[in-house]
Design a protein around this ligand. Structure first.
Ligand code: SF4
Length: 480
């Protein structure tokens, strides 16, 4: 049996972090990454089972994996993660294409599990250079890092605690070690993720302490916190932030409220009220200049009335979150909300989502007008032959707005674009906007001095990143 593997990751940023743990375990055991699933000896799918559409995507990916396997005799298909954790029996009985499956608690033992099942990978040729220091280099200067696993809350729509288990914080040293490895690979921004971030260490001060220690890592530029439950702990975190000098912590609060009506929040078994959310967001805006807020709303929960939707609109007008995710309720077995009467028709929920989205887009348009002509320090995410994509401190990777810059628009006194790499920090003026994304102009001065230091010598992570980013674009264009 060969020794190459490819991991297909489905789902949220937490799964990206879990896939990295699997990858590390495989490499430790002697396996090697392949560039795609077609050339891999082991194709590992890290699955998602959050809601119906995620489950369908997992099954579809397994079926596609089975097709790939047919064209690559001897390849093994492995299904890991949430889907298996939740439906192990069904995987065994109904997905015979899967050669090995395991749940969420075993990511760190992936290599060992493969060796136990299929035999150890062939030993490396002693003359071959050690190919991997650790992580897959995918050209992105950012990475999610998990703070914890599981959740002790009992939101009535959410099945995650039933298969991810109770809340456990990761040891601080382990988190720091992972971040150190990532920065050695070229990552410049870390997004701290978990099911319930503000529960980390049982005390919001523990998160601040961890972030303070992360500031000591010289190559780490930006730190971002995601999934802060909107309750007293997040309030205490924000209050504590004021007293600590944490310049690498982004002015960004992601706090999913899920609804704004007291009646619906109670039915969802969620904390807070419209007034408390308004107070929390206003505190966040006071604590960090330039703060922008992302929240999410779950619509179509059983019993939702027109008056509840009015509360949502009032919440948007009052709190004006810059970023908003909208979800339609999907009944999940094993949750207390499953089987509740008065479930809304899917079409009616889709209409409401559309209406709420339009309302938010009006707010966003005003927000965009306020950003016009402003100068922001931005991280370079991607470079392609004609331009690049950069992101402000107020925007999380892959979910929020980005700024598109065309190289043709860079003036003669502007920076030499040949000297800019993913992960560099540059100053950008916003010159226009689309519905979500923005257009911008690169200002003279070029990337911050730190990147010049990092770019010395060939084959540096930044150079690899640039090549990887350019290849990714070429590949995309080739497929189009
Ligand atoms: S906080 Fe609620 S929605 Fe989030 S993982 Fe826990 S139970 Fe699910």
């Amino acid at each position: 049996m060969g020794r190459t593997f490819f991991i297909t990751t489905l789902g949220c940023p937490k799964n990206v972090s879990d896939s990295r743990q699997m990858r590390r375990s495989l490499i430790r055991e002697g396996y090697e990454p392949a560039g795609d699933p077609y050339s891999a000896d082991y194709h590992v799918i890290n699955s998602c089972a959050f809601i119906e559409s995620a489950r369908e995507e997992t099954i579809q990916t397994v079926l596609e994996g089975a097709d790939i396997k047919k064209g690559h005799p001897g390849q093994r298909l492995i299904l890991a993660g949430c889907f298996t954790q939740r439906y192990q029996e069904a995987v065994n009985e109904e997905l015979p294409e899967v050669d090995l499956s395991f749940g969420t608690g075993l990511y760190h033992r992936t290599g060992e599990l493969l060796s136990q099942k299929f035999g150890s990978p062939p030993v490396h040729d002693a003359m071959e250079p050690s190919v991997f220091s650790g992580l897959e280099y995918d050209g992105q200067p950012y990475a999610p890092v998990k703070l914890s696993e599981g959740c002790d809350r009992k939101c009535s729509f959410c099945a995650i605690p039933s298969f991810r288990g109770s809340f456990r914080s990761r040891p601080e040293e382990e988190i720091l070690e992972e971040i150190q490895e990532l920065t050695a690979e070229g990552v410049r921004e870390v997004c701290l993720v978990s099911q319930d971030t503000n529960a980390y260490g049982g005390d919001p001060q523990k998160i601040l302490d961890l972030i303070a220690r992360m500031h000591e890592l010289p190559d780490l530029e930006w730190i971002r916190l995601l999934y802060m439950y909107p309750d007293a702990r997040t309030r205490r975190f924000l209050e504590g932030w004021k007293f600590q000098d944490l310049p690498k912590l982004m002015p960004y609060l992601e706090s999913p409220v899920q609804h704004a009506s007291a009646r619906m929040l109670k039915a969802m078994n969620r904390a807070g009220s419209r007034q408390q959310f308004a107070d929390l967001f206003s505190l966040a805006r006071q604590q960090a200049p330039g703060m922008e807020i992302r929240t999410s709303l779950l619509l179509g929960f059983p019993g939702e009335s027109a008056a509840d939707i009015d509360e949502i609109h009032a919440f948007l007008d009052e709190c004006r979150p810059e970023k908003l995710a909208l979800f339609a309720y999907s009944p999940e077995e094993g949750t207390s909300g499953f089987g509740l009467p008065n479930m809304a028709e899917a079409e009616a929920t889709a209409d409401i989502i559309n209406e709420v989205r339009q309302h938010h887009l009006e707010i966003l348009k005003e927000v965009h007008l306020g950003r016009q002509d402003q100068i922001y320090e931005c991280m370079v995410d991607e470079i392609h032959p004609d331009g690049m994509v950069v992101r402000r401190k107020q925007d999380a990777p892959e979910v929020d707005e980005v700024i598109h810059i065309e190289f043709g628009s860079v003036s003669s006194d502007g920076p030499d674009t040949e000297d800019i790499y993913p992960g560099d920090l540059v100053d950008v003026k916003v010159t226009g906007f689309y519905e979500y994304d923005m257009m911008g102009e690169l200002l003279p001065g070029g990337p911050a001095a730190h990147s010049a230091r990092l770019k010395s010598g060939s084959g540096s992570p930044e150079q690899d990143m640039r090549v990887a980013a350019e290849n990714a674009v070429t590949e995309k264009e080739g497929r189009a």
